[in-house]
Ligand binder design. Sequence first.
Ligand SMILES: *Cc1c(COP(=O)(O)O)cnc(C)c1O
Length: 354
Amino acid sequence: MFNEATSPVGVALERVVARWLLDLLDLPPSASVGFVTGATMANLTCLAAARQHLLARQGWDVNGKGLWGAPPLRLVAGAETHVTVKKALTLLGLGTDALELVPCNPQGALDPVGVPELDDRTIVLLQAGNVNSGACDPVAEVAGRARDAGAWVHVDGAFGLWAAASPNTRHLLNGHGAADSWVVDGHKWLNTPYDCGVAICRHPAALHEAMRTQAPYLKDGSIAAPKDMVPEFSRSARGVELWAALHSLGRAGVAELIDRCCGHARTLADGLRSLGFDVLNDVVLNQVVATAPNSEDRMADLAARVQASGEAWFGPTTWKGRPGVRFSIASWTTTKTDIERTLAAIEAAMADLR
Ligand SMILES: *Cc1c(COP(=O)(O)O)cnc(C)c1O
């Protein structure tokens, strides 16, 4: 889609789904909502707004001057920050050398005690939904300090932000709404086709300043033009798929999807314990990390064997220094029978490995 003249239905549906998303995810109703290819680009979009906003306050016009000679920004992040956030930092010219990494607790959530003094040149990088454990950083606690200091808090919630859509998991997000920008994917837990991420920003003016195009034949000032909320000038109407998914599921349907996947994760964790595995995380969301004591060095083989069997797909990981396997239950098609079949395949593969 390009603009309201060429894609009126696409633009209208994206405005509707933007309102729905902010409501469902319990985010400020006036936030900017931009539709991008995935969480990687959503991180980039939000962090471009953060860079713009913090540098403008230092009297620096990053659109005009670039980063040549710019006042340095500080980057504070949890030690478990996702690789795509780091990639966004490199693409934005902020790099990763300046990252001040804050240690995480045993569940992989940032420990607020380790957050250094914040100031008005700092971007704080938090996440909702650790890719191994599902743990969420203490957003409200950090955001309270950040607001007093004038720092910007960004939350990567590629899959984890959907926890806000269920009354049973909402509490895990630790006051996520207090941040300045958020990222969520449609193509993970909501199961839209690939090519669907969302960049959400509390400060629409900063975001639009970072994303606006300056081609002379376009009128500036149309605050909600799709091209002024994301990097792309022309793009697919990906918000329509998000609209369709939310329209068909409804509020109750999304909550049920989240609850069902979390229930499957708990069943899987119980089954793994019965097979003699150590479950290494608190299974609070849809993620399970586990390892087989005495066979920890075979976990990559286990994953490969089960993958080859075609029964289930999960991958090897390392969690707190221990090799293990990692499960993410995020498909609407997964049933209790699939969990039983996965456990049977794991049992058979372990017998073969021994
Ligand atoms: C998957 C994921 C990403 C990257 O998302 P894409 O949609 O693949 O670009 C970023 N952060 C987290 C926490 C993720 O789980």
